[in-house]
Write a protein that binds this ligand. Structure first.
Ligand code: FAD
Length: 290
């Protein structure tokens, strides 16, 4: 199934992100994690892909996407990063995904790996170049990433939105956002996208924060702002794992309910491979998603 069939509908969807085991290692407990996540009936599951070095775009992402779709019957969205990949490697990854029947790919540049010189001489500079190659390859529904608070490398949000247009023109049919903790950031961003003439479906990425240490790492990577209300929760419960989990699930649930109430009906949960957390959020939304 092509995800645009779901994402052009007004019926709310919740999907889940998984990450595969490190490249070169076996799937180990990954099938169990996929199975438990699939039992929550997400609309689809995405599988991340490492940005650099060996295994990039390689078998672990494809294997896990295979497990999602062909073993558990949930549509899979395979992430594909290009910053450290040659065009031949990308082509091989696409051929592999096609053989597995995976129809949806999230076209990403990936974070610049430390050391080495990237991009490769014949390689990719931006996700839009990858999207164009995937479109030329044919047969895939292509998505891209977007950043409600601006990509950290972009000189301004305006410049980032201008660059986003290249992705759409190159073939991205939907976008998934970076996590955000203040829905008003997303509403403002969506307004700016519409003003810029970008009208593809946008899936809101929600990260349930379940421990204080995790959030400090995330903030450093994503540059997302923390609203005062959320900072107070971390200050109060950050060192108390059970309380922080409960508060993190409640906060993510509230964010999702507010999004759906305001017409942002497609939500993607960054699950950190924790079906029990995704399950608690899904249970809180059972009547809303019915
Ligand atoms: P790009 O679209 O290439 O943008 C990167 C920067 O270049 C931006 O600042 C943009 O404004 C600018 N830019 C883009 N095009 C142009 C242009 N033509 N001219 C000038 N500037 C331009 N990382 C992983 O390694 N693996 C994953 O699986 C993964 N999944 C992700 C999923 C989502 C939903 C999101 C939001 C991010 C994900 N990331 C993942 C992180 C992502 O790879 C990084 O944020 C990376 O730094 C940028 O990737 P991109 O595809 O947005 O790049």
């Amino acid at each position: 199934m092509k995800l645009t069939d779901l994402l052009h509908s007004a019926k709310p969807t919740v999907s889940c992100e998984l990450f595969p085991p490190k490249p070169g290692t076996a799937l180990l407990d990954a099938p169990a994690v996929v199975g438990r996540m699939a039992a929550l009936h997400p609309a689809y599951m995405s599988v991340t892909c490492s940005a650099g070095g060996s295994g990039n775009g390689g078998s672990t992402t494809a294997d896990m996407a295979n497990e999602v779709q062909n073993v558990n019957g949930v549509p899979a969205l395979a992430h594909l990063t290009c910053v450290a990949a040659s065009r031949e490697e990308i082509r091989a990854s696409l051929e592999h995904l096609r053989l597995l029947g995976i129809e949806n790919v999230l076209a990403l540049r990936g974070d610049l790996p430390e050391g080495g010189s990237f991009p490769l001489p014949d390689g990719y500079h931006h996700a839009s170049e990858l999207a164009a190659d995937i479109r030329a390859f044919g047969g895939f529904c292509i998505g891209g990433a977007c950043y409600p608070e601006g990509h950290p490398e972009a000189p301004s949000l305006t410049a980032d939105i201008e660059a986003l247009r290249y992705k759409i023109d190159a073939g991205c049919e939907f976008l998934t956002t970076q996590m955000f903790f203040d829905n008003n950031e997303l509403y403002r961003y969506l307004y700016r996208l519409r003003c810029a003439g970008i009208d593809v479906p946008v899936v809101a990425g929600i990260m349930p924060v379940t421990n204080g240490k995790q959030i400090r790492r995330i903030m450093a990577l994503s540059g997302s702002k923390l609203p005062a209300r959320f900072r107070a929760i971390i200050d109060r419960f950050g060192e108390s794992p059970a309380a922080m989990e409960q508060a993190g699930v409640a906060y993510a649930t509230e964010q999702i309910i507010d999004l759906i109430a305001n017409g942002v009906v497609h939500v993607h949960i960054y699950t950190m491979n924790r079906p029990e957390i995704a399950g608690r959020i899904m249970a809180n939304l059972s009547e809303i998603l019915a």
